[in-house]
Design a protein around this ligand. Structure first.
Ligand code: PMP
Length: 346
């Protein structure tokens, strides 16, 4: 007899992008340029105080995020990466059996979080173009739906939802259903028709925006994400957050990173320029790569995915294969991208 929940056996585990010594890692959507200036020093200073608990209210960081975004700090919750905040949001929104609607394929943590918080997953397949099917997502909402997740841009396909489509979708969602806009990759969006969820919908009480410092801000290893919601929703999320889950080093690093915004933007524009170059080149061999608004792109290779990833690995490049579906490749430095392109003979 199992000592833990029997339903966990059937649940696929989260698969992290692998790090292989000596190989180039294009598997976890990280930005390849190291921590932002000031981060290492801020962490070193914070480490001197690690015999004390950190500020559980995360006051200085929430204030800084709030003033950057032009909202009140009572609308912000922070967590151990935005993946943890997604879980907290489900815990705050769903009783056992309540439904959470999300697109598929999308961020692989959604089904795991739904299952372990006892919510019922309602997965809505993406369109043939690998984009969210917002009409089908709206049609999937029932009386039991408590939360709908829109991943914009979508991981792993890179596709993004445009303003007019999201406007129409949100108008169809009942006001007692939360909509989480997962904007982990917001900083990489260059298409002006793709809305900034906070600027466009921040005044809707049922909209919650999830962001992270793991990607553009270069803090994946320190685990800082934040959520912007109505004061009531943000307070509910802060209540269910595991106490002290944003460490003192993480808070200090986040403050330092946010002070280096110009450098962050410079790095993001390098990544976006490389994205353009690499995707244009890859499409010569694989024209089916969908338009991406993120720091990665999707190769819908179906059954060939694992084999493609193995071929890359043999050449010293680690990419992320999603069994039977496709391969996600993160944009790295120009040299790293060249090495990936060389695997394709480009
Ligand atoms: N949302 C999406 C769509 C992601 O791809 C990721 C990271 N892979 C996250 C959220 C979570 O990022 P983190 O927990 O590092 O903040």
């Amino acid at each position: 007899m199992s000592l833990t929940r029997p339903d966990l056996d059937a649940l696929p585990a989260y698969v992290p992008g692998r790090s292989v010594p000596g190989a180039i890692k294009l598997a976890s959507n990280e930005v390849p340029y190291g921590p932002l200036p000031g981060v290492v020093e801020a962490v070193a200073e914070a480490v001197a105080g690690v015999h004390r608990y950190p500020d559980m209210g995360v006051v200085a960081l929430r204030d800084r995020i709030a003033s950057r975004l032009g909202v009140d700090a009572d609308r912000i919750a922070t967590g151990c990466g935005s993946v943890a905040l997604t879980e907290h949001l489900l815990r705050a929104a769903c009783l056992p059996g309540d439904e959470v609607v999300y697109p598929w394929r999308s961020f692989e943590a959604y089904p795991i979080i739904a299952a372990t918080t006892a919510a019922t997953s309602v997965r809505v397949p993406n369109t043939a173009e690998h984009a969210h099917d917002l009409d089908a997502m709206a049609a999937a909402i029932t009386d039991r739906t408590r939360l709908v997740i829109v991943c914009n841009p979508n991981n792993p396909t890179g596709t993004a939802v445009r303003r007019a489509d999201l406007d129409a979708f949100l108008d169809k969602v009942p006001s007692n259903v939360l909509v989480a806009l997962d904007e982990a990759y917001r900083e990489f969006v260059t298409d002006e028709t793709v809305p900034d969820g906070l600027a466009a919908y921040g005044d809707r009480p049922n909209v919650v925006v999830l962001r992270t410092l793991s990607k553009a801000w270069g803090l994946a290893g320190l685990r800082v994400g934040y959520l912007i919601g109505s004061p009531a929703v943000a307070a509910a999320v802060r209540k269910v957050v595991t106490p002290f889950s944003t460490s003192g080093a993480a808070q200090a690093a986040a403050l330092a990173a946010l002070s280096a915004e110009d450098e962050m933007l410079r790095r993001v524009s390098l990544v976006c320029a490389e994205r353009e170059r690499v995707v244009t080149a890859v499409r010569k061999v694989y024209p089916e790569v969908p338009e991406t608004q993120s720091n990665f792109f999707w190769l819908p290779l179906g059954d060939q995915s694992a084999q493609f990833a193995a071929r890359c690995e043999e050449a010293g490049v680690i990419v992320r294969s999603f069994q039977g579906d496709g391969v996600r490749v993160t944009i790295g430095t120009p040299e790293e991208n060249d090495q990936f392109l060389a695997v394709l003979g480009i």
